[in-house]
Design a protein around this ligand. Structure first.
Ligand code: SF4
Length: 176
């Protein structure tokens, strides 16, 4: 059965396709970018604490999905871990500012985490201090699962999906 990281939701499907076939995995983030992400998580933790919101590290989760897409049964497992869990919200931290073209992918990721942890509310925190409070959306979840079903179909057929050029700037495959 296919295993996909939740963080691939609604990103460039061509990136996910290449990454699926990359061994031992997609190219790793450069060290400065990784460090930037860790710093953003630490800042977010302190910001939430100052706001009186207690959070804890979230554990890994898996979601097994079986659904019909384009007349075919697709089966896959989504894996991932949100950044933090508050008492009644999933918290996801992004190191950068909220770029418009990335927001659908961020919302898809957060909604899938809400589904996986059984929590109805989410909080997206950005590196520039802005944040989005989100209610779980069945529409976004359906769109996200449909995206992964399409990806599974592309992999089965070895059909390279269309690229989404909004994501090219930070893509390790852009030189191929
Ligand atoms: S370079 Fe752009 S189109 Fe190609 S895989 Fe990366 S994000 Fe997608």
């Amino acid at each position: 059965m296919f295993r996909f990281p939740v963080s691939w939701a609604l990103r460039c499907m061509r990136y996910c396709f290449f990454s699926y076939f990359s061994k031992p995995g997609p190219p790793r983030l450069p060290r400065p970018l990784k460090e930037r992400g860790r710093m953003a998580e630490r800042r977010a933790f302190l910001w939430l604490k100052n706001m009186g919101i207690d959070v804890k590290r979230a554990g890994n989760r898996e979601l097994h999905v079986r659904l019909t897409h384009n007349g075919r049964m697709e089966e896959f497992t989504l894996t991932g871990r949100a950044d933090y869990l508050a008492e009644n919200a999933v918290v996801e931290v992004k190191a950068g500012r909220p770029r418009t073209s990335y927001i659908p992918a961020y919302l898809a990721q957060l909604n899938l985490y809400m589904l996986m942890y059984g929590i109805d509310q989410g909080l997206l925190l950005f590196g520039d201090g802005t944040f989005l409070r989100v209610r779980r959306s069945d529409f976004v979840i359906r769109q996200s699962l449909s995206y992964f079903s399409e990806l599974a179909g592309c992999i089965e057929d070895f059909r390279v999906p269309e690229g989404d050029y909004a994501f090219c700037a930070s893509c390790p495959y852009r030189v191929l």
